[in-house]
Design a protein around this ligand. Sequence first.
Ligand code: GRF
Length: 195
Amino acid sequence: MAGVTKVVVLFSGKGSNLEALIERLHGKRVGEDEIRIVPITNRPDAGGIERARRHGIESVVVDHTLFESREAFDAALVQAIERHDPALVVMAGFMRILTPVFTSRIDAINLHPSLLPLFKGADAIRKSFESGMKVGGVTVHRVTRELDSGEILAQACVPIDANDTLESFTKRVQALEHRLLPETVVALLKERAAG
Ligand code: GRF
């Protein structure tokens, strides 16, 4: 029977990838089901909240500053996610180191702006730009206890041109992210729908 499939998107910042997912998926059908994007953020001032609101979607805020420990925050985050019983949990610019309280309960995927396993962690776009390599890229991978180390689900390259600046390169990496992440989410939802 046609129903609703929820996709939780975790974000901390300006939310351009959240918006790319909303534009590509929210209210649309994958298989028989209609997709609903549920944005959850750890920051009450995240720019993505306003972006989602422009599409008529209210975000859930679980403010990490209100918790005494990472584990306590993760427990509250897990509860907020499970309340929606999502088919998929996507981290799109969610800037938190997660504890086993999260990774032992939630199967999530993450977007990272480099060709993993190269340039794990923060500042990956600048690190790949300054590496001397001729290409950078984007990776979508499964979330595990080890930062940026889970199974790679999708990857694509961005050439680094001789006359590129960090800014021009960053723009192309983000444009690629806005394409690769929704494509990967659709493929995973189709896989799931096919059973
Ligand atoms: C993206 O480049 C993502 O790969 C990284 O953080 C950035 C978030 O951008 N982890 P936005 O908030 O989706 O615009």
